[in-house]
Design a protein around this ligand. Structure first.
Ligand code: 87F
Length: 515
């Protein structure tokens, strides 16, 4: 676990310049990863989140410090999503972190299964609280009593609120930074409508925004679809999700959910309104969320043996400029050229910085910024300086391009766009190679053994899904349905059998192990 400081002596001989050999750099500085992504994925992930300066481990299991490098990714996605939901006339608000037991338990059915994960505050100082107080695991029960109060007539609808906040779920299965942590960041949207149609429409609009976060920002392909009865949010009417896949572990991962709650919560919390005809009716509700888990999926999908790989659109630093001085070359001139390059890029709206530190060698800086996943590195050495050009090196494929100064902004923009696209294409090819169609139980079990995400015709019966879970139980965890994709392959009516029950299939569903 090298961190990013040079070993005690203060690091490199400064003069080594462009002639530094990679291996020497590793040895001297302790930079680099000791685990390989394809050999030891779990260890690799733990190492890359720390050495890439995204996470610092904390002394409470399942809780992590999100360092500025990670928070910046979160904020870029937040800026996009927040602006989009504001276009939809959704408003931000903030409800308290604490929930009274009476309110929390109001919605017994859905809380029942989740109860073991609820964290409680029982003391203040040394004295026991008269009534213990829960910490929100999600905010339905916190918010809906006030929806009941605020909604009276049809003119109060729709009520569309969102909050950016943290939630706590005291998980016991192995915590993983970003992916499964006991406290995490998310946004939770809670909306109420007069009609089912309006609710249905919004569910899909939000789901599309989630797809865009994954595909357009994080460069991760996702599948949009509907959850099975067993996997949906128990308190809701139906659940839609975007599902991603981690090829290294062969696990699906729920990327974000957009639920139609129907009128279930309206019944419980008495969220009624007087409609245009003067009749009393119940609202239709939705809730939807994406969380800091997104960042973990990005790291798992794109990271490599040199460290993080950040897609340009979410990288807080898109271009790092490194001076490569050499012996009697004009060092000051090279440093000035670096600063001028950064200026030009920043003025064009590109997030760029120069690493002008004089206590690190160029080679050390290369490894450092590779570890942190900066999409593009620009090197300026004596030859580049003399020729009025810079050398650009891509993080994703190490390709090197010399760029004349006059074309700097145009070429860098092009390369960043290209990196963004290539990352998505590479991730999609890898994901697609992991998708296997299975029509029979034998094919299903074989594909599962090969860590595939399985597309199978299904009868859509809850009992059959339970049976699939039971039959696939093992140390790797059982298989479950991930979603029924909206994009359904053809299913010849009556002629296709369920892979698990042999009954007539009525939909295609994705299955697999999952996070
Ligand atoms: C854990 C403890 C208590 C998930 C929990 O998905 C309650 C819950 O209700 C709980 N874990 N859930 C489901 C959350 C549903 C829903 N909430 C609003 C969302 C989107 C945002």
């Amino acid at each position: 676990m090298g961190g990013s400081e040079p070993k005690k002596s203060g690091g490199e001989p400064k003069k080594s310049g462009g002639g530094v050999k990679k291996k020497e750099v590793k040895k001297e500085t302790g930079l680099g990863l000791t685990n390989k992504k394809d050999e030891n994925f779990g260890e690799w992930y733990s190492e890359v989140v720390v050495n890439g300066e995204m996470i610092e481990y904390y002394d409470i299991s399942g809780c992590y410090i999100l360092r500025p490098w990670a928070m910046a990714v979160w904020e870029i996605m937040q800026k996009f999503f927040d602006a989009e939901i504001k276009k939809m006339k959704i408003k931000n608000c903030y409800f308290p972190l604490f929930v009274s037991p009476a309110v929390l338990q109001k919605e017994k059915d859905h809380i029942e299964g989740f109860a073991p994960e609820v964290a409680w505050v029982t003391k203040s100082g040394q004295s026991e609280l008269e009534v213990p107080i829960a910490i929100r695991p999600t905010s339905e029960t916190v918010m809906y009593p006030y929806y009941s109060k605020w909604i009276r007539g049809h003119r109060d609808l729709p009520l569309k609120l969102n909050q950016w906040c943290n939630v706590v779920r005291w998980e016991f299965s192995n915590p993983t930074p970003f992916i499964r942590s006991r406290e995490f960041l998310w946004q939770e949207g809670h909306t109420a409508f007069a009609t089912k149609e309006e609710a249905d429409t919004e569910v899909l609009e939000i789901l599309e925004l989630y797809r865009r976060i994954y595909e357009e920002f994080l460069a991760i392909p996702v599948i949009k679809g509907k959850k099975s009865e067993l996997e949906k949010f128990a308190g809701g009417f139906y659940t839609t999700s975007v599902e991603a896949f981690i090829p290294n572990t062969g696990r699906g991962i729920q990327g974000a959910t957009s639920h139609c709650l129907g009128q279930n919560f309206a019944k419980m919390f008495e969220i009624n309104f007087e409609n245009e005809k003067g009749e009393k009716s119940m609202v239709w509700q939705n809730s939807w969320a994406y969380s800091s888990r997104t960042i973990g999926v990005m790291i798992m999908v794109h990271g490599d043996d040199k460290g993080l790989v950040l897609p340009p659109r979410v990288a807080s630093l898109q271009v790092v400029v490194v001076p490569v001085p050499y012996k009697d070359a004009d060092t000051q001139g090279i440093f000035d050229a670096c600063s001028a390059t950064v200026d030009t890029l920043c003025k064009a709206g590109i997030r760029a910085e120069a690493d002008l530190r004089d206590n690190y060698s160029p080679g050390w800086k290369y490894s450092h910024w590779e570890m942190k996943g900066v999409p593009l590195r620009i090197e300026i050495g004596p030859k580049d300086f003399a020729n009025n050009q810079v050398r650009a090196v891509r993080r994703d494929n190490s390709a090197k391009t010399d760029i004349p100064h006059a074309e700097l902004v145009e070429k860098v923009n092009q390369m960043l766009e290209d990196i963004q696209q290539s990352l998505f294409v590479a991730a999609k090819e890898k994901r697609d190679a992991c998708v296997q169609v299975a029509r029979t139980w034998e094919e299903f079990v074989e594909a599962l053994g090969q860590k595939k995400m399985i597309l199978a015709p299904w009868c859509d019966e809850e009992e059959v899904e339970k049976d699939v879970k039971a039959r696939t139980k093992g140390e790797m965890g059982a298989a479950k349905s991930l979603c029924s994709p909206f994009d359904q392959p053809e299913l010849p009516e009556g002629r296709t059998k369920c892979f698990a029950s042999g009954k007539p299939a009525n939909k295609w569903s994705y299955w697999g192990r999952s996070y």
